[in-house]
Structure formats: C-alpha cells, structure tokens
Design a protein around this ligand. Structure first.
Ligand SMILES: Nc1nc2c(ncn2[C@@H]2O[C@H](COP(=O)(O)OP(=O)(O)OP(=O)(O)O)[C@@H](O)[C@H]2O)c(=O)[nH]1
Ligand SMILES: [Mg+2]
Length: 342
C-alpha cells in the first residue's frame, strides 16, 4: 500500500513538481490539491484529467454500479462484469429525485430489469434511489450490511453520484462531490462497519457535454433538482432550440408533441427549421452557449413513446410515428431508445 499523501478531495497523490497535473500543491502538508481547493472555495475548474479507465477490482468484492437516471440509455454499456466475473454486482440508479414527482418508478424499474435481461447482465439487485435522500441512504446502508463481502466498490460513469453516495454512507466530509466531471482521480477509502468502502474514479463517457464545454458553462446545463418537463407542440417545419446547442425540428407531416426533460437553466426557444442554419451561422451573437461544429441527424421515430437522450443534459420524449431532425454539437452523444418512464 502506498504511503504517499493523497488529496482528501479527489484522491490524487500530492506532488509539487507539475502544476498542470493532478495532485499539485505548494506544500505536501495541504489537505487539498490546488485544483480541489479552487473548486471548493472559488467554484472554478479548468484542467480536465480523465483518470485511468478500469481499476483493478478484488475477486470477492461487492461492486455497486452507479448510474444517474440521466444516463440510462447507456446503462449496461460498460461491461464491467467482464473485468471481474467473480464479483457480486448491484446496480444503483441514482438521482431519481431529478425525475418529476409524478414519474411511474415501478414502470421504470420494470423497464430497466427487462433491459438487464436482454443484455444478460449478472446482478443481485437493481435499486432506484437518491444519494441526497436520507431515507434512501439509511435503507441502502442496511442493505449493504447484509453482504458478506469485505470490499465494497462504488463504480460508474463520471458524475453519476459515487462520491455523494460514498460521503453519505461513511459520514466522510472531506471528499469533493461537484458537477465537475472526472473529479475523483484515485480511489478514496473509508471504513463501513467492519467493511471498506471504495469511491472509485468515474468511467469516462465520450460525447458528454463536459467533454466539449468549460465547467462554468456545463455545470448549469446538467440538471440538479427535480426536472419540470417543458412541453412544445411542433407543427411540421417548426423547431425548438436548446441554448445554441441543440435544435430539434419536426420534419414530418403531422404535429409532434415534444416533452423536454432538461435543467431549468437551459434556455429554450421556438424557431422554424429554415432558420436553424442561419441562426447557427450567427451563433456568437445569437446564443449564450454554442460550439464550433455541428452535425445533423434525421431520426425516424417508430410508433409509441420514444426517448432521445441528449448526452448528459437530459432527454426528450416524443410519440411516434414521426420524423424529426436534430442538429447538435459534432461528437455529442445522442441516442434513440424507447421511453423508460412516463
Ligand atoms: N439531485 C441529485 N444530485 C446528485 C445526487 N447524487 C449526486 N448528485 C450531484 O451530482 C454531481 C456529481 O456528483 P459526484 O458524487 O461528484 O459524482 P461522481 O460519480 O463521484 O463523479 P466523478 O468523481 O467525476 O466520477 C454533484 O453535483 C452531486 O451533488 C442525487 O441523488 N440527486
Ligand atoms: Mg467522485
């Protein structure tokens, strides 16, 4: 085991040589590295380091796979069980407090369970919860205590809430949990009864908005409280813009009802399909948030309630059959799935 001193915020080994690298400090006596100190006290983050992708995991571990409700389209897409087939897996669907209070959670769980079956994912349980909810935390604590495994790893995509859960489970106060993606750099550990809890660095997800916008911008575009759905009826040829990032146009022949589940801080406005390109050409004057390059994707929606997931910003529900075209930042993750909840 390493005796090097680690940053209490992100777990990076403290070092005094490279100011641009994780763990940089002026004095090895400091509690936090400079990056964590700035994030904690000034809310600033510039550098972005993706931690090692796949940690080594003990064979007889309990692995708690954590996913945000915002990332459900990619749930089960990291086949972690292949890295450690002998471990026991529990799936936590975190941040359910972001979904509107009227969400049918039984239906959501049923759909996720069906998806796990389709992907042949080994698991013990799938648990819907919020790391911000005291009752959920207490219930989850009791649940974890029932396992015989000594090592409990919290694993999952960046920003899924691992450190928030780690802190709540262990009453640890120094680790940092913010919307800064890739915050945890190396495993943080804490005792959990007679067991050990490991808060692991997040798995990197390509195409999320934190890969294309600065922290100061993307932190407001990721929802952090109950989402109030915003509904738009789009006539053929009509469109909605989300900031200067995403335009969704009705390219079919019938009206489409569009339900947007995104942060209340995302500016949404109506336009016509024909105006999308001219507006983006003039994006620096027209929009607060924009990127340099865009792509366009026509999407044919099959019958039934469908979901287009907009990277880590949220999602859109639409009822097919319909045709829409989405204009979005080039490289941004966009997916079409059946709607998992209503
Ligand atoms: N509303 C809500 N926000 C949450 C919940 N869990 C975490 N968050 C927020 O989500 C953001 C990311 O949380 P972290 O705990 O830092 O996420 P992480 O998985 O450790 O992220 P990395 O260290 O980057 O891999 C923070 O702003 C948390 O406050 C939750 O259950 N509900
Ligand atoms: Mg973390």
């Amino acid at each position: 085991m390493s005796t090097a001193t680690k940053c209490k915020g992100c777990g990076a080994v403290l070092q005094r040589q490279k100011p641009d690298m994780p763990g940089y400090v002026l004095s090895l006596e400091h509690l936090y590295c400079q990056a964590c100190y700035r994030l904690l006290h000034y809310g600033e983050a510039n550098s972005h380091f993706h931690p090692e992708d796949m940690p080594s995991l003990a064979k007889d571990a309990l692995i708690v796979m954590i996913s945000s409700v915002l990332h459900l389209d990619l749930l089960f897409s990291h086949p972690v069980y292949r890295y450690q087939p002998k471990a026991t897996y529990v799936y936590v669907i975190n941040q359910i407090d972001l979904l509107p209070a009227s969400t049918n959670l039984d239906l959501l769980l049923k759909n996720i369970t069906r998806k796990a079956g389709l992907h042949h994912v080994p698991y013990q349980d799938i648990i819907l919860m919020s790391a911000n909810n005291r009752h959920d935390i207490d219930a989850f604590k009791d649940y974890l205590k029932r396992f015989k495994q000594q090592d409990i790893y919290l694993l999952g995509v960046q920003n899924s809430g691992k450190t928030t859960l780690f802190k709540a489970l262990s009453n640890q106060t120094e680790a940092l949990a913010f919307k800064k993606a890739g915050l945890t750099q190396q495993a943080l550990t804490a005792p959990f009864g007679s067991k050990t809890l490991y808060d692991m660095p997040g798995l990197y997800q390509e195409g999320y908005i934190h890969t294309m916008l600065p922290y100061a911008t993307y932190k407001d575009l990721i929802p952090d409280r109950e989402i109030k759905p915003r509904v738009y009826q789009l006539q053929p040829g009509h469109a909605v813009f989300l900031e200067g990032l995403i335009a969704l146009a009705n390219t079919g022949k019938d009206m489409v009802s569009v339900v947007l589940y995104v942060s209340r801080l995302v500016d949404i406005h109506r336009t016509n399909q024909a105006r999308i390109v001219p507006l983006l050409d003039d994006r620096k004057r027209q929009f607060r948030v924009h990127v340099d390059a865009y792509a366009e994707r026509p999407i044919r929606l099959p019958a039934g309630k469908q979901q287009i997931t907009l990277a880590d910003m949220g999602m859109v529900h639409l009822t097919g059959p319909a045709h829409v075209t989405v204009t979005y930042p080039k490289g941004m993750h966009l997916s079409l799935t059946e709607a998992l909840f209503q």
